[in-house]
Design a protein around this ligand. Sequence first.
Ligand SMILES: [Zn+2]
Ligand SMILES: [Zn+2]
Length: 583
Amino acid sequence: MIEEGSKRGKAMVEKRQLFMEMRAQNFDVIRLSTYRTACKLRFVQKRCNLHLVDVWNMIEAFRDNGLNTLDHNAEINVSRLETILSSIYYQLNKRLPTTHQINVEQSIGLLLNFIVATYDSESHGKLTVFSMKAMLATMCGGKIVDKLRYIFSQISDSSGIMVFAKFDQFLREVLKLPTAVFEGPSFGYTEHSVRTCFPQQKIMLNTFLDVLMADPPPQCLVWLPLMHRLANVENVFHPVECSYCRSESMMGFRYRCQQCHGYQLCQSCFWRGHANGPHSNQHQMKEHSSWKSPAKKLSHAISKSLGCVPIGEQPHPVFPEQAERPQELTHTVVLESPSRLDEEHRLIARYAARLAAEAGNSTQQCPPTDLSFNFDANKQQRQLIAELENKNREILQEIQRLRLEHEQASQPTPEKAQQNPTLLTELRLLRHRKDELERRMSALQESRRELMVQLEGLMRLLKDEEQKQTSQSGGSPHSSPSHGAGCSMPMPIRSTSAGSTPTHTPQDCLEGVGGDVLEAFAQGVPRNLRNDLLVAADSITNTMSSLVKELHSVDDGGEDDETNMRNGGDRGRSTGTMRVPKH
Ligand SMILES: [Zn+2]
Ligand SMILES: [Zn+2]
C-alpha cells in the first residue's frame, strides 16, 4: 500500500517541479549569497515537509530501515530510497494531529526528485548510504547541535576522534546541497574545504561543535546555521514600517541603520541591498530577530528577569547577524495541546469574545448609559482572572511533574548505549520520551504567551471602559486623543496562517506582550479590579519565569550530561554570536 501510494505520488510530481517553484520565489534577487543559499534550502526543506521531521526521528528512521548496519559506501537504489522516504513521512503523519496531516505522496515525490537531482546527477539510479544520511540529517528539522553530533558520530572512529577522510567525504556530500540550488560558485566543494575548517590535527566532538557553531562558522558551511536562524525568526512580527518599501510591518529579521536615525529595513529590502534617502547600503546595520513594544524598557526589564533577553545585539560590520539561541526548541512538529488546555483556551476565548463584543457595541454605536453593564463586565473579568490563576497553578504542577520525568529520562546517554547494544531499545524509548517532553514544554510556553496576550486585550478593554466612564461623568481633559492611542496599540499577531507550526524560542516568550499589561505594572494608583489583574499578570509572569528556567535547565541538563560522559569535563555552551561575513 505504501509502495502504491508513493508510486502514485512520484507520478503526480513533475521531475523539475520543486526547482520551478523555487525559481518562482525569485530568491536570486537576494544579493548576499549566504542568505540566498539559506533561503533556497529552507524553501526546499519546507516544501518537502522535512522541517517537520526532527533529526532524532530521522535517526530512528535510518535504524528502522536497517541503514546502520550498512557500510557508508554501500549503494542503495532509488526504489529503496523511496521506501525509506515513505516510512519517514508515514511515521511523521502518525505524529501529527489529524488536522495537520501532510500530503505524503507529494512530499515523497518532491524530495525524491530533489535527492536524485542532487546526488545522482548522472542517473545511475543509485546513491551511497552516506550521502543519503548526510543529506537527510542536514535538511531535516531539529537543533543544529543535535545534527552536528549525529554527523560527528558518523565520521569519527571508536575513540571519538574525527577521521579527516570521512569529514572530507561529508563535506563533499553536504556541499552538493548548495550546488543543487545553483550556489555552487559560493559554496561548492574544494579539496581545501577540510583544512579551512580544521587546520588542527586531532578533532574531538567539542572542537568539532565549537568550530562548526563558531562565529563565524567555516565559510563553506556558513549557510547551515543561517538556515536554522531563518527558521527561528520566520514568525517574528515587527509592527514597524520599512523605510524603503513602506510596508507597515515586517516578518522575520529587521535591520536598523546605526547611522540614520529611525531608518529600518525589512529583510526583503535589506537582502536586496535597497537603500533610499540619505541612507546607503554601506552603512552599518544591526540585525534584530525580535521586536520590543514601545513600552520596551519595562518589557526588557521583565524579559531580562526571565532570562529571555537575546544575547548581544551589538553593532556588526556591514551584514550583521545575531546570536543563535542554543536553547531553541525547533521541534517544529505540530503541537498537540492536551484537551484540558484546549478547554481552558476555549473558555478564555469565550470570555474574551463576549467582552470584546460588548465593549465593541458600546464604543461604536450607543454610549453605555447602563452602568450595570460595567458591573457585569467586571464580574466576568474577575471570573476570568480566577480562571487564569487556576490555570497557572495547574501548569506549575505540570512543570514540576515534567521536570521529575525528565530527570529520569535523561539518565542514560546515547554514547553509553551505543557501547552497550542491550540498552538500545530502552534508549529509543527514552529519546521519544525526551522529545515528547520538549514538545510539551514548548506547548506550555505557547499557552503562557497566549494567556498574556489575552490578558493584554482584556486590560485594554478595561482601560477603555474607565476612560468612557471618566469622560461621561466629568469630561476628562484627555478623553478622545488618549482613547485613540489606546486603540492603535499594535496587537501582537503571530502568524499562524503563514505556517502551522510557529517556533517560539524562549527569547520571544514575551514577544508582543507589552502595552497595557506592562503599563499597568508601572502605574502607581490602581483600582481594585486593576489590582486583581496585576496579581494575575504577576503570577503569570512568575510562571513564565519558572517555565523559562525549566526549559533552560532541560536543555542544559540533557546536553551537559552527554558532553560530560564523553569527555569527562564540562564544556561551555557555544553561545557566541553567529556572524556571516559579507560577500
Ligand atoms: Zn522593505
Ligand atoms: Zn543609514
